[in-house]
Design a protein around this ligand. Structure first.
Ligand code: GDP
Ligand code: MG
Length: 438
């Protein structure tokens, strides 16, 4: 993939001493090929390479003592620029309800994303209402109802009304009455863009005047995703893009071209089929991910999400007073299971190759052994590991079917973990302050 290709190129140059103009030229050719292969729009690639080359042959690189690192920095900065520089937030109405209109082709992920967004924004204090405006397939209404049901978020539908404009208007009225402050319209899609679809969307736009028209595009479709975005923007006018299926084997081209081609920012990224698999789109994080630097911030956020708020506060207090115990560790491990496969999480860490982790179950096994060890401890031992003398450790090893070495190792790691977790909660807290949607 793109990330692998760029990493190879960058590895070559990273530790290098002085570089010549020819070195830079060679590298630009490789980056260009990697981008084209990733299905990035040709014009975008050309512009990008020109900008990066110009900066790279400047004195800032050629005269630097660490030219490799300078080049990486420039590529990173220009990628961020290409991806939209700043995180683009959604607009909320000064006077609720805010109306989001989700549009896009069939199968792009509108219905799933409507649910994901409602879920995400509810966590930030909104009271969302989902609206079934896709009247052409009875299954579409049902699908949104299933999504709403899973999230425990209400779905507004008028099963015997075939007019999406009326449904949207009724839904806004209903939201006003029932104090829903966020209305998310799940509209119909088509396999291809056609007049009828655009007219219908324009009608909805005119009559409810949404605060955000979000176009949902499938990143797996590469250049097509970009063409679709361009057409929707020309004909309907959009405020932002949600790029879905970034978890798949996508070549990354869509992410890199959308902003440059349409001028409209990517606001969210869909990262999987689960209704929690959505993230605000951060250009700098995406750029780091593409360059293979890993995405520490996403990792921490994911960890943070899995705690329920109250437990996190409790835990934080314990950490501050250093009362964190093995009992808490056990609970943490259960929380970690909620975050999804360990491989997913490790894959986001710097220096870890996500592909190599495809079949990690070793770590999960180790986790099960750790659980067994803690479960073999008495409550007193869990609360105060300092009392774990030789005979206690022997008993625990026997009880859990492990070895004394493993028990020793766990006790040692536990102390390390305490430090690490403290760091993570501190960073998470800082991240939250500047959080999205505020
Ligand atoms: P719609 O026709 O635009 O409403 O699309 P749907 O919401 O029904 O989604 C189409 C398919 O794409 C479903 O199977 C979804 O589970 C899947 N999907 C949506 N978003 C994502 C994503 O971010 N990642 C992955 N892997 N699948 C997704
Ligand atoms: Mg749908």
């Amino acid at each position: 993939g793109l990330s692998g290709k760029l990493q190879e190129t960058i590895k070559k140059i990273r530790g290098q001493g002085r570089v010549s103009e020819k070195d830079v030229k060679d590298m630009m050719r490789e980056i260009k090929l990697a981008l084209l292969e990733a299905d990035v729009n040709f014009k975008v690639v050309k512009d990008f390479i020109n900008k990066v080359s110009e900066r790279c042959v400047g004195s800032e690189v050629l005269e630097s003592l660490t030219p490799g690192q300078q080049v990486v920095k420039i590529v990173h900065e220009e990628l961020i620029e290409l991806l939209g520089r700043e995180q683009s937030k959604v607009t909320f109405a000064p006077k609720p309800p805010t109306v989001f209109m989700m549009c896009g082709l069939q199968g792009s992920g509108k219905t799933t994303t409507s649910g994901k967004l409602a879920n995400l924004l509810r966590k930030q204090g909104k009271n969302p209402l989902l609206v079934a405006c896709d009247v052409y397939r009875p299954a579409a209404i049902k699908q949104l109802q299933v999504v709403g049901g899973q999230l425990n978020i209400p779905v507004f539908a008028l099963e015997d009304n075939q007019n999406p404009v009326e449904i949207a208007k009724e839904a806004v009225k209903f939201a006003n009455m029932k104090q829903y402050d966020l209305v998310i319209l799940d509209t119909a899609g088509r396999l291809h863009i056609d007049e009828k679809l655009m007219d219908e969307l324009l009608d909805i736009k005119k009559s409810v005047v949404p605060h955000e028209i979000l176009l949902v595009v499938d990143s797996m479709t590469g250049q097509d995703a970009v063409n679709v975005s361009e057409s929707f923007n020309e004909k309907l006018g959009i405020d932002g893009v949600v790029l879905t299926k970034l978890d798949g084997d996508t070549r990354g081209g869509a992410a890199l071209s959308v902003k440059a081609v349409t001028g409209k920012p990517i606001k969210f990224a869909g990262m999987g089929e689960k209704l929690s698999d959505i993230e605000p789109f951060f250009p700098d994080r995406m750029a780091s991910r593409i360059l293979g630097m890993g995405d520490v911030l996403s990792l921490i956020e994911k960890a943070q999400e899995a705690y329920d708020e109250k437990k996190a506060i409790e835990l934080e207090k314990k950490m501050r007073t250093m009362q964190f115990t093995m009992e808490d560790l056990l609970e943490q491990m259960q929380q970690m299971k909620k975050m999804g496969p360990l491989g997913d999480i490790l894959g986001m860490m710097p220096g870890v190759d996500a592909k190599a982790l495809k079949n990690v179950d070793v770590d999960e096994k180790k986790m099960a052994r750790t659980e067994a060890i803690i479960k073999s401890m008495t409550k007193k031992e869990r609360n105060d590991p300092s009392i774990l003398n030789g005979s206690r450790r022997k008993r625990i090893a026997a009880g859990s079917g492990t070895t004394i070495q493993e028990v020793n190792q766990l006790v040692k790691q536990f102390e390390e973990m305490k430090k690490l977790m403290k760091m993570m909660t501190d960073m998470g807290k800082r991240g939250k302050k500047g959080g999205f949607g505020k």
